[in-house]
Design a binder for this molecule. Sequence first.
Ligand code: ATP
Ligand code: MG
Length: 435
Amino acid sequence: MIIILAGYFYKSVYFAVSVIFGGFSPIRAPDTAGRRKVFKLSRVPDYISGILRTLETAGFRALLVGGCLRDMLLDRPVHDWDIATSARSHDIISQFPKTVRTGERFGTVMVVTSEGTAEVTTFRSDGTYSDGRRPDSVAFVSDLYEDLKRRDFTINAMAMGEDGALVDPYGGREDLERQVIRCVGDPAARFSEDALRMFRALRFSAQLGFEIDADTMAAIEKCAGLCAALSAERVRDETEKILLSERPERAGTALSLELYQGRIKDGALTDGKLRRLAALPREAGLRWCAFCALLFAENLIHSPSDFLREIRLDTKTVRDGADGVKAAQEPLPESWADIKRLLAEQGIQAVRCAAAAEKALRDTNALETVSDVLESGECFSVRQLAITGDDLTECGFKKGILLGNTLKALLAYVIENPQDNRRELLIELAQKIRL
Ligand code: ATP
Ligand code: MG
């Protein structure tokens, strides 16, 4: 009884302290010398601890693994929670009220709670790879170490249970401290299994600002040709993460390492120009367009629209991106009236893309000017005029070309005189135009 009460008291104090100091909950884990060390970790959400506890209580092992653990140790925001467990899919499903089978072949079940979701995956080892993309078979295993061995980089091959003990057989924590991306096992063999890992190495290097270990880098140089077999979608996803990171110039490194086999001509982009992308908003469409503009300027792609389409971007991103690159071949106008005319002709996103491309090509602040124009709320389309076609028909205009042309003339006037976008004034003007 006394022990239960003492335990309860300890938990309450611990809870109060973590609430007061908010944001962090220290989790103890052994350091490499085997001593216990207190990490400053971002708080594990209650529902995640709950999932770990539920599985453990049912007699299974369950640990946080992969990116969430890496990002917690780095004190970076965690965007998705991966749990590795000795439980098989049917056991996972039976332990939780709501689950979705997301990748049963690979042993993954998504556990859904009112606070959020987690991907829960049975410990597994991967069979042989004959297509350089995904294992021919997977075997569910009871050993966590087997599961960690199949993972790509040491920093992604750690696990931590609810008790806070870190399982780190490949020196991931030390590599986090040294800021190094290093393959688990023989790099060339790991890249032959799945060529995407080469892109992932550059992507993590871009996102985390880490260097790539010399042996891992040498293997990328050796194995680059294997990237030809990758699907466009997988290359797109990794490239997009690089472009959206703080080091978009890593896309240039991927290019120099010849990872874009057949998708972009062999060549180089200057780091300085690619670095300009980091100053753009974190919007995929803008960064793709800026990247594409640089590739086009260096003659590394024939056609922006073909390139964007072949890398499987959606129709709108392709259209706005290609229009943006085209428009940015000439410097964008500087006057507000000209920018509004361009917005009217090309649409908002194409003009924003053009301004992003211009940032990459000529390092101008056109995007800021376009944003200022948009935020001002000044009218640049017939829809934003203070009168409608119906207002004009009420004044005696007949529906048809004349009415349409009158609205266009009013828009041209309002673009030059934004302060005059007022109903009475525009009706008066329309009647004068008719006379
Ligand atoms: P993020 O989610 O931030 O993009 P992540 O490391 O969580 O990064 P995911 O793609 O979510 O990446 O994968 C989760 C984990 O699965 C990784 O941390 C890694 O352990 C493993 N993993 C993912 N892709 C591969 C791969 N191609 N080869 C080997 N292991 C992989
Ligand atoms: Mg992840």
